[in-house]
Design a protein around this ligand. Sequence first.
Ligand code: RNT
Ligand code: ZN
Length: 416
Amino acid sequence: MANNYKQAKDTYAKFGVDTEKALKMLDTIPLSMHCWQGDDVGGFETPDAELSGGGIQTTGNFPGKARNVDELRADIDEALKYIPGPTRLNLHALYGEFGGKKVDRNEIEFKHFKGWVDWCKSRKMNIDFNPSYFSHPLANDGFTLSSADKGIRQFWIEHGIACRKIAEKMGKELGNTVITNFWMPDGMKDFPADRLAPRERMADSLDQIMKVKISKKYDKDAVECKLFGIGSESYVVGSHEFFMGYAVKNQMLLCLDSGHFHPTETIADKISSALMFVPEILLHVSRGVRWDSDHVVLTDDNTMAIMQEIVRCGATDKVHIGMDFFDASINRIFAWAIGMRAARKSLLCALLDPIAMMRKAENAGDYGTRLALMEEARSLPFNAVWQEYCARSGKLSGLKMLEGVKKYETKVLSKR
Ligand code: RNT
Ligand code: ZN
């Protein structure tokens, strides 16, 4: 046990915080690592697949993005060296192994993901899943499940059902519950004359997807809302009110993405409210910067506030934490490692907060003491506890990460 950890432990004890308890707790909370940071949301449907449409975009052209499943897995393995704590892998339907054949989205099956399941099993990782409602000719006009064209709607309904079935089988294979997240980019660039009809169609399509019986033991479904996207500035069918309503009505998971709201709006405050009316929540932790929703996560006020809310609501078992960012302008291993470490660091910080003392002050109406404690908490010797956590988990420190990722860049990424 490092000396500075011992000192930190004593300091935290004075604030009524047991660092050992916090470290133990931290190890029970998984973070879901999104596979799509590794190849700029391209996927493996064709050898040169690229993200298109969907109101999202990767910017940057840093060399060495993963071009196939082997490269993506090698990159994930490299990133995992620096990511302590239990980690799940979050896959998009685009990332199936299709063996060079054209398999359309409504035809995908478990067999296309068996390789991933085996790979994850050997790493003791669980999986989360996402149908992919973008980068496809039938999504080109900006509408999928809410399309006015019945044939297009049907195609995407079949995709949703196929994904739920795949997720259920993955869950069975892993003995775990896969969270399947539905995000549809459907929307309009300019003012719609009819905001209602697409929403009615979206709800109806989702009803058809969700009525297929799938064991909740192995798959739970989430719906993700968004305020606007690129090219859907005026109207997104799956708005917050839409999906909050849909999730409450159907008692399913609500997915809150931290980059999907107005820039001054944080999702932290939504957690306690949503949890009163939906059984569980999925988070897409991201960092919104002006109009972009997908910058690499940092240990900033926003991420901290999100983690604090999860902890303060006592909801670490009801809030599933996933990452959702994609930066193509920097080494992608760095992106993953920085973002995932920042999320876990923020979570640890939240677990180390002197909450009992803050609440005591609050209950006594002593808001001065409460504010003082919040400010003190920011400069408690948190880093010593984080270093201890990394060391115990056998993962490399930040300094080693700086060195290791650069080495990987020279040896592997720059040669692609
Ligand atoms: C897009 C959504 C969505 C995607 C991924 C690829 O704005 O956040 O979650 O980022 O599914
Ligand atoms: Zn998201």
